[in-house]
Design a protein around this ligand. Structure first.
Ligand code: ATP
Length: 233
């Protein structure tokens, strides 16, 4: 579904991605782990089209998309949930969700809204309240729900469990598994490497802009290097 080949991206003269290659197959959860500043967010932003690339190629369903605007990539089926749960705080929960469907012209929006409420009942309870009043975990669910309203085939999740209490972290990982069950392909960036690799089909380790390791999620959990650097074992 997604293939990234030898991707390079810079901030000014500083190159943050030094030729990254990875693949996400349809229906997979693929986890990207790496330390602070490794380039994980830069990579997700390059795929969604908000970060320019200076070399290499990004293919979505076989089509090279590097030169396609970010908003058109949403229309192609790629949705990003940015780091830090960027919901529109003054707007209601429902308006936030409806904003996720801005690029759609089909008549399935109401049904998909019901689908998001069925997946996240707490959002249904709070649909008329301001998003800024939700707890951190609820805002993360709203951010995921908003991405779902774009009817994506591929969802890019940037640190969805960051800053959440353990019980909520568990709920977020369950929600990610539920995305997979709905047939949505997931590329997940996480600091919580143990949980993220546990639910992943495959994973990649990104270090200072370079992929240094890849494999099945379970195999990476057993890898001595991953255990030492990312699992604190
Ligand atoms: P974190 O987990 O801390 O978010 P990350 O793996 O997502 O880290 P990036 O945010 O992609 O890493 O950053 C990769 C590199 O690019 C880092 O060296 C970072 O300092 C640099 N960088 C990121 N954003 C900018 C920016 N807006 N301007 C200049 N350099 C940046």
């Amino acid at each position: 579904m997604l293939r990234v080949d030898d991707l390079r991206s810079c901030y000014g003269r500083i190159e943050a991605l030094h030729g990254v290659s990875l693949e996400v197959k349809a229906g997979e959860i693929v986890t990207l782990v790496g330390g602070n500043g490794a380039g994980k967010t830069t990579l997700l932003r390059a795929i969604s089209g908000v970060q320019p690339v200076t070399g290499g190629a990004i293919r979505f369903k076989g089509e090279v998309i590097d030169r396609i605007d970010a908003h058109r990539r949403v229309g192609l089926g790629i949705a990003q949930v940015p780091e830090g749960r960027q919901v529109f705080a003054p707007l209601t929960v429902e308006d936030n969700l409806r904003l996720g469907a801005w690029s759609r012209k089909d008549d399935g929006i109401a049904a998909d809204l019901d689908g998001v409420y069925a997946s996240f009942p707490v959002l249904a309870e709070k649909r008329a309240l301001q998003a800024g009043g939700l707890s951190g975990g609820q805002q993360q669910m709203l951010a995921i729900g908003r991405a779902l309203m774009a009817k994506p085939e591929l969802i890019l999740l940037d640190e969805p469990s960051m800053g959440l209490a353990p019980i909520l972290v568990e709920q977020i990982f369950e929600a990610i598994l539920a995305l997979k069950a709905r047939g949505i392909t997931v590329l997940l960036v996480e600091q919580n490497a143990f949980s993220a690799l546990s639910i992943a089909d495959r994973g990649y380790v990104l270090e200072t802009g370079t992929i240094t390791l890849s494999g099945e999620g379970r195999a990476l959990l057993d890898d001595p290097k991953v255990r030492g650097a990312y699992l604190g074992l």
